[in-house]
Design a protein around this ligand. Structure first.
Ligand code: CMC
Length: 458
């Protein structure tokens, strides 16, 4: 076996043949944190370091057939097994069904924290002290209003425009109101945009809804909590002062906490990828919102409701499950790239649903959902594919009971996810290992060929 003689990045090469048993002296010392690779095309052996259970993909580039060779790449469509960053924000153990923000279990945050406190935690890494929370809350309250020209922009949409489309476009448009945001290198300027985005997301969302139903905009009320004020901006009618039901206000706050971050999901990845070009955070967040809108991501909560309505009756569940198993349709609100166990957020949401129903009365769709879950979780297809309810399976049923229209469901997700996107964006910008996001490809198109004039084309 030829030994590779081209050291890269100070790497050393294995002395022991691949697959051979360690000698007794080797076995007693701590195992080396490296991976040995044999290139069977050349017979060369390479040893690459393992750090945090990963190898660095660029270490593969030293593996070449000849010196002119580009070097080996890893191929991973959809990032099934590729870490794109080091992150200290959110931890998920998908097999055990564990979710923690900055080390704190989601169950404890949902029970004891508030959305604004959790947002601070995600963005700053630690729970705030009383004065820190006070200052953070004051800043959010201060920035809740949107420029009147933004309301004109919202008025320009058709009466039946999807509120998520309005939300995404309006968030992008905010960059034109705050051109200072282009200075992404300044921590003070970045912080100001974070205040604005966390504060204004609910305002934009509620105004998009009110435009659709032809109601005048209800302006933010400084005396209300984050969730309470959002309910005010959504549902205030002729009363002089809107007083949210405390149980619904609390339930919404918990739902926002549950949605606040979820590590490198599709929209967080969009936020990071677009943010890596050093564009302003409004443009990057609009991209993240667009990613969230898709029915495989945050748009799933809307699709779950449509699916439950389509099923309509418990008797029709077995037929629907048959269609899912025949791969005609997906069971919306089920399955997850990372969770191969019960999504802990779904368990919390099931409990919150009961609290909401005590105020609103039971949403009849919950019975269909519970039965669907029961049937699915005892079916071989779902067991063998490790498909469990995810966060979107029950959230829509609560939102509907609270009188949110289905089109608002992804927007509610986006409000909750705003601090998570911003935390991911900040972390990216502060990470010296990060550069502009730019994947490689495996080119499978035509080789070079000569241009053919249109008259000669067949
Ligand atoms: N219904 C039926 N089969 C499913 C489902 C589902 N909901 N989800 C996955 N599968 C099957 C899939 O067909 C595949 O089967 P096979 O191996 O026989 O070809 C297998 O399970 C693996 O699925 P996958 O598509 O490779 O898994 P993924 O990690 O790429 O996709 C997912 C994850 C969430 C996109 C997918 O489970 C899905 O489409 N779920 C429905 C939409 C949904 O609820 N999305 C919300 C996700 S959680 C919150 C969020 O991110 O916003």
């Amino acid at each position: 076996m030829a030994k590779h003689t081209l050291p890269m990045g100070g790497r050393r090469f294995s002395k022991r043949p691949i697959g051979s048993t360690p000698t007794p002296s080797e076995a007693t010392v701590a195992p080396k944190q490296t991976l040995s690779i044999t290139d069977n095309r050349t017979g060369k052996v390479y040893e690459v370091p393992i750090k945090d259970d990963t190898i660095h993909a660029t270490d593969l580039r030293q593996i070449k057939v000849n010196p002119e060779d580009f070097g080996l790449m890893s191929y991973d469509p959809a990032f099934n097994n590729t870490a794109s960053c080091r992150s200290a924000i959110t931890f998920i153990d998908g097999d055990k069904g564990i979710l923690r923000y900055r080390g704190y279990p989601i169950e404890q945050l949902a029970e004891k924290s508030t959305f604004l406190e959790t947002a601070y935690l995600l963005l700053h890494g630690e729970l705030p002290t009383k004065p820190q929370l006070g200052a953070w809350t004051d800043n959010i309250i201060h920035h809740r209003f949107i420029h009147e020209n933004v309301t004109k922009l919202l008025e320009g949409f058709r009466y039946d425009a999807h509120p998520m489309g309005m939300f995404i476009s309006t968030i992008a448009a905010l960059s034109t109101f705050y051109p200072e945001a282009n200075d992404i290198k300044s921590p003070e300027i970045r912080q100001r945009q974070i205040f604005r985005l966390v504060a204004k997301s609910p305002t934009v969302a509620a105004f998009a809804y009110r435009h659709g139903i032809g109601m005048p905009f209800a302006y933010p009320d400084d005396e209300l909590t984050y969730a309470g004020n959002f309910l005010n901006m959504m549902f205030k009618a002729t009363e002089t002062k809107y007083r949210p039901d405390p149980a619904l206000e609390h339930a919404l706050d918990v739902l926002f906490i549950l949605h606040a971050d979820h590590e490198q999901n599709c929209s967080a990845n969009a936020m990071r990828s677009v943010g890596s070009s050093h564009v302003d955070p409004y443009s990057a967040m609009a991209a993240a919102g667009a990613a969230l809108y898709g029915p495989l991501h945050g748009g799933a909560n809307e699709q779950v409701l449509r699916m439950l309505r389509e099923i309509g009756d418990k008797k029709r569940i077995p037929d629907y499950v048959k269609r899912v198993k025949a791969k005609e349709v997906l069971l919306m609100g089920f399955g997850h790239r990372v969770y191969k166990n019960y999504d802990p957020r779904a368990s919390i949401i099931k409990r919150v649903a009961q609290e909401v129903f005590e105020v609103t009365g039971k949403n009849p769709l919950i019975d269909i959902a519970l039965e669907l879950e029961r049937i699915a979780l005892s079916d071989d297809y779902f067991i063998s594919h490790k498909l469990y309810p995810n966060v979107d399976f029950y959230s829509g049923i609560i939102y509907e009971a609270m009188k949110f229209p289905v089109t608002m469901f992804p927007v509610l997700f986006a409000i909750g996810r705003t601090p998570g996107w911003l935390a991911q964006w900040q972390e990216l910008l502060n990470d010296p290992e990060q550069k502009i996001s730019r994947p490689r490809q495996v080119y499978i198109g035509s080789q070079e060929r000569d241009y053919v004039g249109i008259e000669k084309r067949r």
